[in-house]
Structures are given as C-alpha cells and as structure tokens.
Ligand binder design. Structure first.
Ligand code: PLP
Length: 392
C-alpha cells in the first residue's frame, strides 16, 4: 500500500519461523516445542491480587512510570536479587519485556546508528532496531566455544556508528548463563567505546545446577550506560499478562518516559497488583515453577543425548535446549521441517537465530508436559534412526 511509512516498507518482513509453518499445516496433532510459552498456569495468589484490585476499583489512570508502591517493591527486589542499588524513580513498569526493549531502542537509536547483537540472536530485537531506522550488526559466537561471549568478535563489529550492544542473559536460544568474566569483558568494551548496553534478563530466574545470574548493570561503571530489562513473563508464567519493567540511568528516564507515555500511557492499573503479589509473594511458588522446568530439562536433554547423531549441551538457564543435530547430516531447517512434517513435533531451526545457529535446533521444554517430552523424544529418535546415512 503506497501510504505506508518507510519504516514499514524498508525493513525486513517479520518471520515467525516454524510457528507460522505449524499454524499453516492445518494439523491438530502437533507437539509445540517451537514457542517459549510457559505451560504452567499463573500462580493463584497473583490472579487473586489482580481480581481484588479490579473489585476494589483500581480501574483508573495511574502513574505513568507504574504504581509507586510496585516500583518501590521492585527496587527492593533489584537490590537483593540483582545487586542493583536503584530507587523507584529509576524504574518504569512496561507491557512485557518487549515494550521495554522497544522504548530503549526508540530512545537511543537514530537512523543510521548501529546496534550489535550477539549471534545466535533473538529475532524480535532485530525488528525493533530496524523500525528505529538503525542497523543490526552481528557479532558471531562460536558453538565450539560453548557460545561464550567473544570480545574479539564484538570489537570487530564496532564502527563509528555503533551505539548499543544487545545482551540476552540467560541467553535465548543457547541456554547459556554468562559468567562474571564474560560480562566484565563485554562491560569493558562498552565503557571503552562509550556504548549503551541493553540487557534482556527475561530468564533471570530460570537457572539450573547452581548457575548464578549476574546483571551486567550491577558491574562497576555500567549503571550509567545499561538499560536492564526484566519481565514476569517466563518466571511466573505470565506471558499473556504483558508485564515487565526496566531500569535505566537517571539521565535517560525522561527520554524513556517520552516513548512509553506516548505509546501506551502506562501499564493497566489493576494488573500491577498482580505484579506486586508476584514480587512480594512466597518465593517457594517461584521455586516450584522452576523445579518443574528443571525436571523437564532433565527428561529432554537426557533423552536427546541418547540419540545417535544428536549432542545436547545442558542449558544453564532458560526453557530451551539447543542440541547440535549436525551428526544427522541434515541442515537445521531440513531437520525442523522433516520433524514437523513426518512426526508432528515442532521445533525451531537454529539458523532462525542467525548463521551461528546452523547445525542446531531450539527445543522448548517449558511449553510442554513430561509426557509430551517423552513422546517427542521417541518421535525424534524414530525420525533420526530412519535417515539414510549421508554419503561420505
Ligand atoms: C530473550 C527474550 N526477550 C524477550 C521476550 C519477550 O518477552 P515479553 O513476552 O515479556 O515481551 C522473549 C520471549 O520469548 C525472549 O525469549
């Protein structure tokens, strides 16, 4: 349509990967492991607090940055769990993490600016960078090096147009939880080149085998250049609620509010009481949800590693496994396509997250039941077992 803005017509069309292919397939027997949608229900005390708020008439406009008592509780959480000493005036409640990242990108990136993403990347961040008229630049991480942060790859991607580095920690799709050395190396580069870091920490709570999550915004010198993004989405099974929050340098707050106040005014007043219940509620509830994910991870990764041609590193966090399927002789996309077409199991091709993901698929275990994991693994085993050996 000729009236459309250049920001629509001159950016890449959004791809929904295997999710779109599954929707078009018309099949109703699929096992959906392509989407990061938690299978658990939102805990009851969170729902109850929200229903109470509605009954109590919390239905009107409220503070643009989010309810002050919620932001005070979030500031406490940030201090104790993220080692970030920020007051409520440095926090904006957002419509999920996506809204926070959109605001950060719109507030910081001009046309022609460049933002570096670590590859494999999370495709949604690319769309927002392009909508801002900026250019995503990829710093490729290496599967052979466990997708560790590679300072040399980041340095090589920096030009005089670079303004931002996008970090996802714990990482979707690889399941890596970056350690202090990796984060310090990235922080050192950001400080030396005077760059902003946008840190997506949507999986901060979903950690396994004693992995520790560190917020890069808590490192020395990073508070003044980091936009830290959090959400209730994955931790509390609240993906449909659209609820998150961002922490930013004091000097950026007016700029960020200029975006959020113009695009949504503020997040729904009554659901913020649900957020308060989540963040102040019994920590055993969160631990229970994560224990379920841990059991599913155990079942999936254990079974995948029994299948000849597949090697699956144990994800340190998130709800995804990122197995290497190159031993089957198929490309990532061919593997995902055949798996869906021949067995009804839907996973995402690693190449959907950039060339660095080739040879892998991303399998979400948080979106299905243990029984579905068992069925999916049996079907994967059968498909791989039936493949013709590839000619040497
Ligand atoms: C890395 C990452 N960031 C952001 C999101 C979206 O979060 P929200 O639903 O809170 O906008 C997801 C969802 O899968 C994700 O994996």
């Amino acid at each position: 349509m000729k009236h459309l803005a250049r920001r629509i017509t001159q950016t890449s069309p959004k791809s929904f990967g295997m999710y779109a292919r599954a929707a078009q397939s018309g099949r109703d027997d699929l096992i959906h492991m392509e989407l990061g949608r938690p299978s658990a229900d939102t805990p009851a005390h969170i729902k109850e607090a929200t229903i109470r708020a509605l009954r109590d008439g919390e239905v009107h406009y409220s503070d643009l940055a989010g309810q002050p008592h919620l932001r005070a509780a979030l500031a406490d959480k940030l201090k104790t769990r993220n080692n970030m000493d920020v007051g409520p005036e440095r926090i904006i409640v957002t419509n999920g993490l996506t809204h926070g990242s959109y605001a950060a990108i719109m507030a910081f990136l001009d046309e022609g600016d460049e933002a570096i993403l670590l590859e494999p990347f999370y495709p949604q961040h690319i769309g927002k960078i392009e909508l801002a008229g900026a250019r995503p630049v990829l710093a490729r991480l290496d599967a052979a090096n466990d997708y560790r942060i590679d300072p040399a790859a980041i340095e090589a991607a920096i030009t005089e147009r670079t303004k931002m580095i996008v970090l996802i920690n714990p990482c979707n799709p690889t399941g890596r939880v970056y350690d202090r050395d990796e984060l310090e190396a990235l922080a050192e580069i950001a400080i030396r080149h005077d760059l902003i870091v946008m840190s997506d920490e949507v999986y901060e709570d979903i950690l396994y085998d004693g992995a520790q999550h560190l917020s890069i915004g808590a490192l020395p010198g990073m508070g003044e250049r980091t936009i830290s993004l959090f959400a209730f989405t994955k931790s509390y099974a609240m993906d449909g609620w659209r609820l998150g929050y961002m922490v930013a340098p004091a000097a950026a707050m007016d700029a960020l509010l200029k975006i959020t106040a113009n695009d949504v005014t503020h997040v729904n007043t009554f659901i913020q009481e649900g957020a308060l219940a989540a963040v102040t509620g019994d920590p055993a509830v969160l631990a229970g949800l994560i224990a379920e994910d841990a059991e599913k991870r155990q079942r999936l990764v254990g079974a995948l590693n029994q299948i000849p041609g597949i090697t699956c590193p144990w994800p340190q966090g998130t709800i995804y496994a990122f197995p290497d399927i190159s031993g089957t002789g198929l490309t990532a996309q061919a593997f995902a396509d055949r798996l869906m077409d021949e067995t009804g199991v839907v996973v995402e091709a690693g190449s959907f997250y950039g060339a660095a993901g080739e040879g892998h698929v991303r399998i979400c275990f948080g979106s299905v039941t243990l029984d579905e994991i068992d069925t999916a693994c049996a079907r994967i085993r059968a498909m791989v077992g039936a493949l013709q050996p590839t000619p040497a």
